[in-house]
Design a protein. Structure first.
Length: 209
């Protein structure tokens, strides 16, 4: 389960994305427009230390962009190339915000969801000592057969593009960036669905190496 906080962020995630996305080689849309949220969901970090969020956004009238992020309470060692910036969280304090494709915790969570047939984390707020579950804005579904996913020890490299390739010591992942624009490599897949879609969309694929 993913614990959320009713708290401000300064700057916001969307403000960070508005500044960062136009510099990506796969960016499509209006580079002068503020980025708007289309939908989102979260994955669990088993250690509870890293926030992992799948964000679907749009810049102006452009296509839907897939921009997963991770949130950390300290810098990710060796992660400077993937840093969007820092933000002040009203409850958690300073947070380092990363392109999740450069974060091994995201790689492990994504591989687990894809290869085991998993999905998003249940999100909740803690109110007066009880859990208040938030209705899911979107669902993601892995196509795997339910077998345990291999552990990930090392993130070997990330190749930015559409799709973005994330190579680890056990799994190779492909993350769609402009949703529906480019085919993904063969393998098990992750699809996403949210209200208003005619059919689920392909977000990522994974294969063992």
């Amino acid at each position: 389960m993913a614990l959320l906080h009713r708290a401000y962020l300064r700057p916001t995630k969307l403000e960070l994305l508005t500044a960062w996305l136009p510099g990506r080689p796969w960016f499509a849309g209006d580079a002068t427009a503020a980025v708007e949220r289309v939908s989102a969901c979260r994955f669990d970090d088993p250690d509870g230390a890293v926030g992992i969020e799948t964000l679907l956004v749009r810049a102006g009238d452009g296509p839907i962009l897939h921009a997963p992020l991770t949130y950390r309470g300290a810098p990710l060692p060796g992660g400077d190339a993937f840093l969007l910036g820092t933000t002040e969280h009203e409850v958690l304090g300073k947070r380092w915000v990363y392109d999740a494709c450069g974060d091994p915790v995201y790689a492990a969570a994504l591989a687990h969801a894809v290869l085991t047939g998993g999905g998003q984390a249940e999100e909740y707020f803690e109110v007066d000592g009880r859990k208040e579950v938030r209705e899911a804005a979107m669902t993601v579904t892995g196509s795997g057969a339910g077998d345990p996913a291999p552990g990930i020890g090392t993130l070997v490299r990330t190749v930015d593009g559409d799709p973005t390739t994330v190579v680890t010591d056990t799994v190779e992942l492909a993350v769609a960036r402009v949703v529906g624009a480019a085919p993904l490599p063969a393998g098990e897949t992750l699809t996403g669905n949210w209200p208003g879609l005619a059919a689920p969309v392909l977000l990522a694929s994974a294969r063992l190496v």
